[in-house]
Design a protein around this ligand. Structure first.
Ligand SMILES: [Zn+2]
Ligand SMILES: [Zn+2]
Ligand SMILES: [Zn+2]
Ligand SMILES: [Zn+2]
Ligand SMILES: [Zn+2]
Length: 383
């Protein structure tokens, strides 16, 4: 919002371009009369001055017999101090536009340099140095192609208060702005130029006005509306199962896998199976002259017995295994329900191997001892 006009410089000098109107502000209760000394240059009507043609003149202000003179400068063009302006001139009507040159009658007011040209057009860069008036002449050799007056004014600055941004509109910082060339400044003298006075829009303040939750079998959505500007958008809430994964590592006998369980509905499945690792058996000891070997898994503690299926050495005597119950010979037949592989060892002896999980070791060993070997033999208690 414009607060007040702050005109820099000497207010008794007024710079106008041809056709521009300037309203003299009059204090309330003051009844002054205004007279132009040259109506051809500056016409006066009521309190309105109109630039008519380039030149200088005075407006005489008569306030109850007290006279004051306003110095009026009228130019064909008007610039603000510090302003740079590139102007193009169509010189297609003359043969030698390329050969044109420019001259300012007062370079302390306006300087001008040729920037470039093509066949028909020439561009000149004008630089407004200080307030005043200068005549510009564009010539080619001794022929004058164009002649005009440029007036230079101080920026007529207006103060603008800070405007807070909203979510739909940028704001602006407090600043002074030239009512003629629109340049912005931080100071009332128009010295510190501001390139950007804008303040970015503030964030929208969204609230959810409608919502449908997502589920395992459908998408949901949420409708947001800004409480300030009504800007709205809809957010898709992606449905589908929300699986949590659990990786189960393989062990000696069980496969590993990844288990997926939906947080919402409990739906579950497994994939990425990994083979069981197999036992890592180490021989604990041999007994009975290698006719029995005990092995233990380094990883899980499972115990495996590897036995000569033909019989067993006890006290340096070989006792062949009998298939009938015969406690006097220390052997009873293997329960035919045992489904165990039969291997040949390096000497061609048949071996059977059977393995118990660690948790069953004690129980099975007793079973094993009770079933297979007469428990009188001290060897079986030695481990
Ligand atoms: Zn003057
Ligand atoms: Zn300006
Ligand atoms: Zn908004
Ligand atoms: Zn689910
Ligand atoms: Zn194992």
């Amino acid at each position: 919002m414009m607060k007040s006009n702050v005109y820099a410089g000497n207010e008794d000098e007024i710079f106008l371009y041809v056709g521009e109107k300037y309203v003299i502000e009059q204090q309330e209760g003051v009844l002054a009369t205004y007279t132009s000394e040259n109506e051809e240059i500056a016409a006066m009507e009521e309190q309105v001055i109109t630039g008519k043609s380039s030149g200088e003149t005075y407006i005489v202000v008569n306030n109850n017999g007290v006279e004051k003179r306003l110095h009026i400068f009228v130019g064909d063009y008007k610039l603000c101090t510090g302003q740079e302006e590139l102007m193009e001139f169509d010189l297609s009507s003359v043969m030698n536009a390329w050969n044109s040159s420019i001259r300012s009658s007062d370079t302390s007011v306006v300087s001008a340099v040729k920037q470039g040209h093509d066949k028909n057009e020439v561009s000149f860069l004008f630089n407004a140095v200080s307030t005043g008036m200068a005549n510009i002449t564009i010539s080619s050799g001794s022929t004058v192609l164009e002649s005009f007056a440029v007036v230079v004014q101080n920026h007529p600055l207006a103060y603008f208060e800070r405007i807070e941004p909203t979510c739909s509109q940028k704001g602006s910082i407090a600043h002074y702005e030239c009512l003629f060339c629109s340049k912005c400044f931080s100071d009332a003298d128009g010295q510190e130029c501001l390139d950007d006075i804008s303040i970015d829009e503030s964030e929208h303040e969204y609230a959810i006005v409608k919502m449908e939750a997502a589920a395992c079998n459908k998408n949901g959505y949420a409708e947001y509306v800004c409480q300030n500007c009504q800007h709205e958008y809809t957010q898709l809430l992606k449905g589908g199962h929300e699986y949590e994964t659990k990786v189960v590592k393989p062990d000696c006998v069980n496969q590993g896998y990844t288990e997926y369980t939906c947080k919402r509905c409990g739906d579950s499945f497994r994939n990425s199976y990994v083979d069981a690792l197999g036992h890592n058996f180490k021989t604990v000891f041999y007994m009975n002259y290698n006719s029995v070997a005990k092995q233990s898994c380094a990883a899980c503690g499972a115990v495996s017995y590897k036995m000569n299926i033909e019989g067993v050495m006890v006290n340096q005597s070989f006792y062949p295994r009998k298939w009938d119950a015969d406690s006097s010979n220390h052997y009873v037949p293997l329960n035919e329900e045992w489904n165990v592989p039969i291997d040949l060892d390096a000497y061609g002896k048949k071996y059977i191997t059977f393995t118990f999980p660690k948790s069953d070791v004690k129980k099975k060993r007793e079973l094993y001892q009770g079933v297979w070997i007469n428990t009188d033999y001290v060897y079986w208690y030695s481990y």
